[in-house]
Design a protein around this ligand. Structure first.
Ligand SMILES: [Zn+2]
Length: 218
């Protein structure tokens, strides 16, 4: 055995953990131990904080998050464009299927510049807007179908943004595409064309049955 091999054997024998042991902790740490911190990954003396085993530096961060969530929320919003600590402790929804079945709402009657009467309806959760609908008689409208599909695109996309802002629903290109696709009423109307070009940027295939189901219902 040459000198190099001897050195290697010594390191292996004295190293307290191999990589497998590091991942499997037999239980909660009762005393401080030297291991890799769950947050910063540095090998330091660790303490248990909830389910994490973290170093004293990270323990300070943990305490800040626990005791001053409003500060963390402010910092988070500056760094990341996504909701944190949803209002009223309401868990974030995954998609529009999870909005409450019964919601409060307000309906606003208004008149546009061409003197058409409109009803704008806002659904609310905890006083926050989460969904919009708009309806009008389209009395003198020659291009009814395309106007309705454009209107539907606007309200569906606004509703998606509102659910993101107030219910914590994540925003993805696929969700935008799904709403645009469902707004289409005829082949080659504006939403259909937008869907066609934007879906080129999507890795997921949006399933066609949605659109067929929609047109059957309407
Ligand atoms: Zn740490």
């Amino acid at each position: 055995m040459n000198e190099l091999q001897v050195t290697r054997v010594k390191i292996a024998a004295h190293h307290p953990f191999n990589s497998n042991q590091k991942r499997k902790r037999s239980g909660p740490l009762t005393d401080t131990q030297s291991e890799c911190c769950d947050l910063c990954g540095q090998q330091k003396k660790l303490q248990a904080s909830g389910e994490l085993h973290i170093c004293s530096t990270c323990k300070n961060i943990f305490s800040q998050v626990k005791n001053h969530p409003e500060k963390i929320k402010t910092i988070w919003c500056e760094l990341y464009d996504e909701p944190i600590l949803p209002r009223h402790k309401r868990p974030a929804i995954k998609d529009e299927g999870e909005v409450p079945e019964v919601m409060d709402g307000k309906r606003y009657r208004t008149v546009d510049r061409e003197n058409n009467k409109w009803y704008l309806s806002i659904s609310e959760v905890d006083g926050q807007p989460v969904e919009v609908f708009a309806s009008t008689a389209f009395d003198r409208d020659n291009e009814l179908q395309s106007r309705i599909s454009n209107l539907t695109t606007i309200t569906r996309l606004i509703s998606l943004i509102l659910r993101h802002l107030f219910l914590g629903e994540g925003l993805t290109l696929e969700k935008c595409l799904k709403q645009i696709q469902r707004s289409s009423r005829q082949r080659d109307d504006l939403p259909d064309m937008l869907y066609g070009v934007l879906s080129r940027y999507s890795e997921q295939q949006i399933n066609e049955p949605d659109k067929q189901q929609q047109s059957n219902q309407s």
